[in-house]
Design a protein around this ligand. Structure first.
Ligand SMILES: NC(=O)c1ccc[n+]([C@@H]2O[C@H](COP(=O)([O-])OP(=O)(O)OC[C@H]3O[C@@H](n4cnc5c(N)ncnc54)[C@H](OP(=O)(O)O)[C@@H]3O)[C@@H](O)[C@H]2O)c1
Length: 246
């Protein structure tokens, strides 16, 4: 059996975050779950606890640095350490730039990019003190290629991979024993398409996902494998696509 780790996940109330929480709880890890929807977090914690696992939650808005600090405090108060911090909260309201959906652009920058930095702000000093830890940052295949309608999303996700790589280099140079993993999923069956505000784009993405998307637990499985590597080895980048996705 692998050691039990304290694992914090943002965006844990649905999709990839929820699936990862369920899988890691089954593997005997202790979960600290953050997102905005309390009911969903409570249901998830109940499910984990009823199955014999350990989890707590903290209502968290990753755009608010104090809220993210409180999530870290919850983990420290409850378990006294943070072994893994998964910056996973994100949204993908694609639209062509001519539609001028400034609110969507700003939300993506605030959640997908600033939210990741807030997570690093909250957890890195704790991991430095521990002299161990791991960040799992959810990027996307959109970090590796851009398509029409996805300019801002791709920019935020490319930013996540760049921040992850800088963090990796800095922590390696510091000898802090902190690992960094950027995971780039492709089409995954979650609620992500529901929040696309441009109707035509929402329908197109939902259709593509209905045809192709793999269950969120596949991404969770890849994350688990990165967590389970011996401490002297880091899986720094993972791309996971449905086999049939071009
Ligand atoms: N599904 C895909 O095909 C795919 C592909 C590549 C990458 N990704 C990435 O995977 C990550 C997870 O997305 P998903 O596919 O699992 O979608 P999802 O089911 O919509 O989950 C998104 C999660 O982010 C949370 N969230 C959104 N805004 C937040 C905020 N301000 N503060 C805290 N949490 C917030 C949501 O919780 P609340 O609403 O309760 O706050 C929810 O738990 C995202 O970073 C996404 O970009 C997804």
């Amino acid at each position: 059996m692998v050691d039990s780790k304290v694992i914090v996940i943002t965006g844990a109330s649905s999709g990839i975050g929820e699936a990862t929480a369920l899988r890691l709880a089954k593997a005997n890890h202790k979960l600290v779950l953050g997102a905005r929807r309390e009911e969903r977090l409570q249901e998830l914690v109940d499910k984990i606890v009823n199955a014999g696992g350990e989890a707590v939650y903290e209502i968290t808005d990753v755009t608010d640095i104090h809220s993210v600090e409180q999530l870290a405090e919850k983990a420290m108060n409850q378990y006294g350490r943070i072994d893994v911090w998964m910056n996973n909260a994100g949204l993908m309201p694609h639209s062509p730039l001519i539609q001028d959906r400034v609110e969507d652009w700003n939300r993506m920058i605030d959640v997908n990019l600033r939210g990741v930095l807030h997570g690093i702000h909250a957890a890195l000093p704790i991991m430095r003190e521990q002299k161990s830890g791991q960040f799992i940052n959810t990027a996307s295949v959109a970090a590796h290629a851009v398509h029409a309608g996805g300019g801002v999303y791709s920019a935020t996700k490319a930013g996540v991979t760049m921040i992850s790589e800088a963090l990796r280099q800095e922590e390696a140079a510091a000898g802090s024993n902190i690992r960094v993993t950027a995971i780039s999923p492709a089409a995954t069956a979650t609620e992500i398409a529901d929040h696309i505000t441009d109707e035509a784009t929402r329908e197109r993405v939902a259709k593509a996902h209905a045809k192709l998307a793999v269950p969120a637990d596949r991404i969770a499985e890849a994350i688990e494998s990165a967590i389970n590597m011996p401490a002297d080895t880091a899986i720094n980048e993972i791309i996971v696509r449905p086999t049939a996705q071009a």
